[in-house]
Design a protein around this ligand. Structure first.
Ligand SMILES: Cc1cc2nc3c(=O)[nH]c(=O)nc-3n(C[C@H](O)[C@H](O)[C@H](O)COP(=O)(O)OP(=O)(O)OC[C@H]3O[C@@H](n4cnc5c(N)ncnc54)[C@H](O)[C@@H]3O)c2cc1C
Length: 511
């Protein structure tokens, strides 16, 4: 039988009143937590699973304006996203870096002059500080594409480790005083006596606790509608359209650091992105979705579709047997019902319920990882206004934890000087994951013996311990699929060994 306190959590656990409670530890919830905490607001964020366990770790991982949105005349969205691309490249150079994209030209595509015009617009819709502009291309015998594809284009965008972006943003929020509670679901939110009365449930113990806040943010991503209907008890004004997108991971399809953007006969596009050195990431699809977003997985039709697009473009044939991993995420799109899923806007909407005398509710609907900082800034501007707080926007030039270095090569050289015994590939992975925080991870280590128990690939106990202590990692999946992508490389059985180790270590986690 469950403890009585589970059903009756009693008075507010934290006597103090929060300014904002945020439901959802994806990129948008964490972005708002960081911005609001930095403006001096007292913030609590609850996430029912791990940070970034839903859509924010299942994206195509691009920081992009979205070249294809130009086809739908979404110039405002593209311009806004391109401006953010520059800010994010500056603020998180360890986990976000420039990438060139090759667009093969085939007969069913728009004429060359029109694509050139689109790329010119893409180059100029926002200021580019470092990224090179687009160019035309000729493919020769060394190209991985089919021999009949001889022409194309190349343009710039950027790549992001999406799950790490979320965790580092949560760290930045916590450094500024935000309370981040993972494995904690919001199960009830009611307006009483001018405040939000919130009930949270610890998903590990079942224990419930009561909290109060002056404002509530619903950043539940694909759960945002369900949260309104069943937890927050507020009418759903803008029904969300849920659209599943899936990716497959295969052994590396081509040499070189550039990605390919393939436009299919149905006008949809599929990216082929170099991934974790040895692999290519291929996606995505757009399929209307009903059901639990956490249960989304790739269907045989989606897999066949992705293989078909690749086999239409690349000369090396790809089959089901090549697929080493797949994942699916659910987009929450706010713009209406009907029409092709790929044509629905990827922009965001901040839906505010604020009646006089009632505590405000702000719901985040839609959005892209690329625009998360801007979304968070607009959301926090509105919260500050509603809460009569004068604090100003500050995140545009705010470096994320570990991102305070000049360039990647000098950071790597510094590390190799300080830790000459660390294998070069591991040093490279650490700089791309932790940036300057690598020094914290390796503090006091003098040889590989100090890295502790080995779990396979280049994962050692020291890194796992660091992730438990500083990045809210609790399970083997948190480490293998979100804090790192070492799940792609570890032998079967190693995950179970890691899970046992973490269960013991987590007991020693800092409160
Ligand atoms: C296939 C695909 C590809 C994409 N590619 C790109 C791309 O390349 N570039 C780009 O910019 N964008 C991309 N996007 C969009 C981007 O991933 C999303 O816009 C973004 O991740 C949404 O973040 P979020 O925080 O709103 O939602 P989520 O990341 O889903 O976070 C919501 C969180 O709320 C939590 N939650 C729900 N209910 C509760 C509750 N009751 N209590 C506590 N917590 C709760 C959930 O567990 C979840 O973690 C892509 C999306 C998809 C699906």
């Amino acid at each position: 039988m469950r403890d009585a306190s589970v059903h009756n959590p009693g008075p507010a656990a934290d006597g103090d009143i929060h300014d904002v409670i945020i439901i959802g530890g994806g990129v948008n919830g964490c972005g708002i937590a960081m911005d609001a905490a930095g403006r001096g607001l007292k913030v609590l964020l609850c996430e029912q699973g791990d940070l970034a366990s839903a859509t924010s770790s299942r994206s195509s991982k691009l920081i992009h304006g979205g070249l294809r949105y130009l086809e739908f005349y979404q110039f405002r969205l593209v311009g806004k996203a391109l401006a953010e691309r520059e800010a994010l490249l500056r603020n998180a150079p360890h986990i976000i870096w420039p990438m060139r994209f090759r667009l093969p030209h085939r007969p069913h595509l728009r004429p060359v002059w029109m694509i050139r015009l689109g790329l010119f617009l893409y180059d100029h819709l926002a200021r580019r500080e470092t990224l090179p502009s687009s160019t035309g291309l000729k493919f020769d015998g060394s190209s991985p594409l089919k021999p009949e594809i001889t022409r194309g284009f190349e343009y710039s965008d950027a790549w992001v480790d999406d799950a790490r972006l979320v965790v580092l943003t949560a760290q930045a929020a916590a450094q500024r005083g935000a309370q981040i509670k993972t494995r904690t679901a919001c199960v009830e939110a009611r307006r009483t006596d001018g405040l939000w009365q919130i009930v949270l449930e610890d998903r590990l113990t079942g224990q419930r606790s009561r909290h109060r806040s002056r404002a509530l943010v619903n950043a539940g991503g694909p759960w945002a509608g369900e949260l309104l209907a069943s937890v927050i008890d507020t009418p759903v004004r803008r029904p969300l359209r849920l659209v599943k997108g899936s990716h497959i991971v295969v052994p590396r399809l081509h040499d070189g650091e550039e990605s390919y953007i393939l436009q299919n006969e149905d006008n949809r596009i599929v990216f082929v992105i170099p991934y974790e050195q040895e692999f290519s990431l291929i996606g995505t699809t757009d399929v209307d979705y009903q059901g639990d977003p956490a249960a989304a997985s790739i269907s045989p039709e989606e897999t066949n579709y992705l293989l078909h697009v690749i086999n239409n473009h690349f000369h090396q044939p790809l089959t089901h047997a090549d697929i080493v991993w797949s994942y699916s995420g659910v987009r929450a799109l706010f713009d209406g019902e009907g029409g092709a899923a790929q044509a629905a806007s990827r922009d965001y909407l901040l839906d505010v319920h604020a009646q006089h005398g009632h505590p405000p509710l702000l719901s985040v609907l839609g959005g892209k990882i690329t625009t998360y900082r801007r979304l968070a800034e607009e959301a926090t501007d509105q919260l500050c206004e509603l809460l009569n707080s004068p604090a100003r926007a500050w995140t545009r030039d705010a470096t994320l934890p570990g991102g305070d270095f000049r360039d990647h090569q000098s950071l790597l050289a510094d590390l190799q000087k300080l830790y000459p015994w660390l294998p070069a590939a591991t040093a490279q992975r650490f700089t791309r994951s932790y940036g300057t925080l690598t020094h914290e991870l390796l503090q006091g280590a003098r040889s590989m013996d100090d890295m502790g128990r080995h779990f396979g690939a280049d994962l050692y106990a020291r890194e796992v311990h660091y992730l438990i202590q500083t990045e809210w990692a609790l399970t083997a999946d948190d480490v293998l699929w979100r804090r790192t992508k070492l799940g792609l490389q570890l032998r079967a059985g190693a995950a179970a060994m890691l899970q046992d180790f973490m269960e013991i270590r987590s007991k020693w986690r800092k409160p």
